[in-house]
Ligand binder design. Structure first.
Ligand SMILES: Nc1nc2c(ncn2[C@@H]2O[C@H](COP(=O)(O)OP(=O)(O)O)[C@@H](O)[C@H]2O)c(=O)[nH]1
Ligand SMILES: [Mg+2]
Length: 440
């Protein structure tokens, strides 16, 4: 979503670095370009103006440290300001402590409320707590059904009452939860295409009746500045406790994400990044800022890996990689782990430098499957010691996996190249990281 902005900022910083010395003039010039880049990314113009002013004041006032390049110092200031703009630190959801805790989800139609409710239910279930999905959007018959299907798909309880008003449904759902040891009640309220008074009244009444621990507004990041306006209006009427940015996986320019916190003063708590129920992350201002500045999101990557990869295996693998001693057996294992982590290209893009190199290239999962098929046709001995794979072995492997000998050759070549790469990386590590890898 932020690739355009990232590219533009990179150009600005490159110029600054090239300039060698910082002067009030070149800082001013760069800040004009930063402001332009922000506006083009659909950031609210007042927000962009304030942002640039703050960076400029700090950059001009700051004594240039001798140890780092002045350009890098400006990047650091921009980074820190971006983090502030996005809210400073991550703001967690209200803890699920009292039984039941109540989360009320609101937003316009199509913003992703029902999907978010399903995601929250799944998150709760994964913490071994019991959620209840409540269908309070009664105006579209399909909406009640949609929530029920979601609930069934993850085997959580669903609550609805035919013919009742949303206020009554929500109240009764909480009463039901109290009697049935539900930990978290999730209210999927109705939306409209536009904000209207009737909708707001209904939501105000529900809020007064159930006194939610968390009143979340789902804001569709794809709708740009409209999302910011919507959030402002919801906040005025309902005093929301948190914003969930949805559809951050889309290709919109991202300005909404960058403006919403500053304009509403309300924390962004979650980022919804896809249609599947697992596609939800806590919102981390520092990580998003790093991602926007093209530093990659190593922290997220590491966490994702930690969630999915068996720690011990990962340690062993790291050792082998560093010694450039891994074989096809390890490779197979690694493929399995990778598959658990999600689409390969989205993972690779989080690594600094790789995102750019991969632009326009998608990693073909079918290629991966073909590689796995070829490796599986090897004997254990061949997997452990690929050097012994001669012509006749290649033919056998090709036949066994339904591939051509060329395909087998290609895999062997790639494998050797990879070993070499890790070998070189290892040497690089010993000498310290290459210049430019750690901007700060
Ligand atoms: N790509 C993407 N699609 C989403 C996301 N959240 C919701 N959607 C899709 O947006 C559409 C509307 O979502 P829904 O939850 O029904 O919205 P509601 O009307 O607010 O309840 C559906 O097609 C969802 O699959 C997201 O984070 N990313
Ligand atoms: Mg819905």
């Amino acid at each position: 979503m932020f690739s355009n902005l990232s590219d533009k900022l990179e150009v600005v910083f490159k110029k600054l670095r090239g300039a060698g010395k910082l002067s009030e003039k070149n800082i001013k010039d760069s800040m004009r370009e930063v402001r332009q880049a922000l506006l083009e990314a659909d950031v609210n113009y007042k927000v962009a103006k304030r942002f640039v002013q703050a960076v400029q004041e700090k950059a001009v006032g700051e004594e240039v440290l001798r140890s780092i390049e002045p350009g890098q110092q400006v990047i650091k200031i921009v980074h820190d300001e971006l983090v502030q703009l996005l809210g400073g630190k991550a703001e967690p959801l209200a803890p699920i402590e009292k039984t039941p805790t109540v989360y009320m989800v609101c937003g316009l139609q199509g913003s992703g409320k029902t999907t978010l409710c399903g995601k929250l239910a799944l998150m709760t279930k994964r913490k071994n707590k019991k959620p209840l999905l409540v269908a309070a959007d009664i105006y579209r018959p399909a909406a009640v059904k949609q929530l029920k299907v979601l609930a069934d798909s993850i085997a959580v309880e669903h609550f609805s009452i035919d013919g009742a008003k949303p206020q009554e449904i929500c109240k009764k759902a909480v009463a039901y939860a109290e009697k049935n040891f539900i930990d978290l009640v999730i209210l999927d309220t109705a939306g409209r295409l536009h904000i209207d008074d009737e909708l707001m009244k209904e939501l105000e009444e529900i809020k007064a009746l159930v006194n939610p621990d968390e009143l979340l507004l789902v804001a569709d990041a794809m709708t740009g500045q409209d999302a910011v306006k919507v959030a402002e209006q919801f906040h005025q009427r309902l005093s929301i406790t948190g914003v969930v940015l949805s559809k951050l996986d889309g290709d919109a320019r991202g300005g909404a994400a960058l403006s919403i916190r500053e304009v509403t003063g309300c924390p962004i708590k979650l980022a919804s990044i896809g249609e599947k129920l697992g596609d939800i992350e806590p919102f981390h201002p520092d990580r998003l800022a790093s991602r926007i500045l093209g530093m990659g999101d190593i922290v997220t990557l590491v966490e994702k890996a930690q969630e999915n990869i068996n720690q011990e295996q990962a340690m062993k693998m790291q050792e082998k990689l560093l010694k450039a001693k891994f074989d096809f057996e390890d490779f197979l294992q690694q493929m399995d782990q990778l598959k658990k982590m999600g689409p390969l290209d989205s993972l690779l893009k989080m690594i600094p430098g790789v995102g750019k190199a991969l632009k326009g290239i998608t990693v073909d999962e079918r290629d991966m499957e073909r590689m796995v098929a070829i490796i599986k046709s090897m004997t254990i001995e061949e997997r452990r010691n690929p050097m012994i794979i001669d012509g006749s072995r290649k033919k056998r492997i090709a036949r066994g996996s339904g591939n051509s000998v060329q395909a087998v050759n290609q895999l062997l070549k790639q494998f050797h190249a990879m070993q070499k790469m890790f070998h070189n990386m290892n040497k690089g590590r010993l000498k310290g990281l290459p210049k430019g890898m750690m901007p700060f």
